[in-house]
Design a protein around this ligand. Sequence first.
Ligand code: ADP
Ligand code: MG
Length: 694
Amino acid sequence: MTEAPSIQYVKGVGPKLAEKLAVRGIRTAKDALFFFPKGYEDRRHILPLRALKAGMTAPVKGTVVGVHGGHRGFGGQRVFEVVISDGTGRLSAKWFHFHPSLAERFKVGETVVLCGPVRFFQFQNEMHHPEILGTAEEHDPIHLGRIVPVYPEVEGVPPRVMRRIQWEVVHRYAPSVKEFFPRWMLESAGVPPIQESLSALHFPPSGADASMLLSFSSPAQQRLIFGELFYIQWSLAKRRAGAMTEAAIPLHWDKEIVDEIKRRLPFSLTGAQRRVVNEILKDMSHPHPMHRLLQGDVGSGKTIVAWIAALVAWKKGAQTALMAPTEILVEQHYRRFLSLSEGLPVRIVLLTSSLSAARRKKLRAEIREGEAHIVIGTHAIIQEGVDFQRLGLGVVDEQHRFGVLQRATLRGKAATAPHLLVMTATPIPRTLAMTLYGDLDVSVIDEMPPGRTAVETKVVREGERKAAWERVRREIAGGGRVYIVLPLVEESEKLTLRDATRTADRVREAFPEIGVGLLHGRMKAEEKESVMRRFQSGGIRILVSTTVVEVGIDVPEATVMMIEHAERFGLSQLHQLRGRVGRGSRPSFCLLLVEGLQGEDAAARLSVMERTTDGFKIAEEDLKIRGPGDFAGVRQSGIPDLVFSDIVRDARMLYRSREIASDLLARDPGLSHPEHADLSRWIASKDAALPTIA
Ligand code: ADP
Ligand code: MG
């Protein structure tokens, strides 16, 4: 359909209806075609009244045996009631806004067909506000004898009218919609062409499988899901391919630097670390930029991997920029890099926004002149005025706090694209990683350094709190440190603050001999950092916190993570928090306190935490329960919102569309074959609607 005829020219739609439809954004026949049902009702069979059960929605047919007009119901409102019988049972149909025209439609002795949800009330079956289908419509192909669409409500347009409009629209216009996917792609995806899909989406064919429709697995729905997922996978495939043609400085390791690194390692690398180091160094040796995501659970040892990569870059005369989201993390990396590199003539500098202007100016000059080899900093690194002489490697730690945009800015800091290593401790399920980071290659550290004891995790119910506090007391007596985390009260920051302050006061009373600190969202960054530092050094030994304790912070002396109202957190978030303990040699504990009415449900959900410490398993669980929106990074990722698809439900189609996108890229990267002309136009129109990102 090239031109889009105004909705007013659809049979049965006059100026009045057109106005009401316009409020919902339906102005043209095309808008209407893409105004999809929110659900379906199976009206293929009229049910005997005896077979009705509360909760089902079904068409029924019967003789009117009673009409009771306009008496007052319980709430004092006027009720209009019609009782029908079909010989097997009776049904009472009720309307709560009486209108005289209703009464005219029902005469005792006449047969009517009604359809609506069944309720059971005072020993009888009822339907409230059922759709009235005259007997003449018994064979109506639109409203009865088929699976009918249920559209989202449009004010002033009754469902039956909406359905009839759509019937007209679909029959007249669906056949002229142009399919832009070539036949081979549709076949490969196993979906029908768009014309057929649209028509089946609105008015499913007689043999359609109602349960497939409800689970979005009908061929018609899969066609739209494929379109959406393919577009994302195609953009990512293009980006990957683009990177392959981009030039980068090849940074090939040599024996000398490898021996030097080996001598300096304070411990031997785990097998997983060795594997990812190989993957990374191999990428860096190519004349095209590396784009690699390094995933590894908290504590799996990503920092040393980054250090090795940075040293290889340095040996090859290239600079490294390492970015982390907070000053504390940046300083932690800086100290570790310094101690690992002690005695080597490599210059490592710290660039944060809290530097004095003079110091910053001097550092910028060093970076520009190439005297600073490894620059570790916050987002200050990507600010204007920081120019590298020869940036060869960019490392981004805790990726989800940086968006795609910042990654792109870092890439732009060098004349030739630097190699890029993105590190994250947030385990991301494979399906999600493919949409979020589909332009990156992925390395995974799936093994913990030896000597770690798993953090013993326990869900603590209301009656067991005392034992939990005993545990805290024992750990403190034994020299340990404790985190107490409170959830953010979403409705009110004041409430949260009061809760946190009160908790901190109580803890102070209970432990007068030690330092107790409080960390909350209202504090300035410097205040937060100073509290964290005192916790690191031991001046504070119990830290009460409302904000999620800084990602990646390393306090090996901390042995207890106690989380209040654990039921309000996502599993992945709890896993992150748990990763703050168990970093030293002492056994550690994670106590998940649940409260309130949902306590038992929550305890069941949280028991996953007791059973596994595998962040990927936990993330898969979370994705199933909460959907992708909650995953850090999804919102800033720059990928378009999914309208039809759900990456958990549609994982199979996601993989398929990725394969098809690579296929297409191999066959016709420029989309210049005539059979891809329409597809090319469609992609261009979608690209134009997107914010531009690198
Ligand atoms: P993360 O992956 O969370 O960033 P870190 O790099 O901070 O983890 O490492 C966590 C701790 O484990 C650090 O104290 C680090 O020195 C130590 N570590 C890393 N790799 C090993 C290893 N192979 N053997 C022993 N300890 C290690
Ligand atoms: Mg880290």
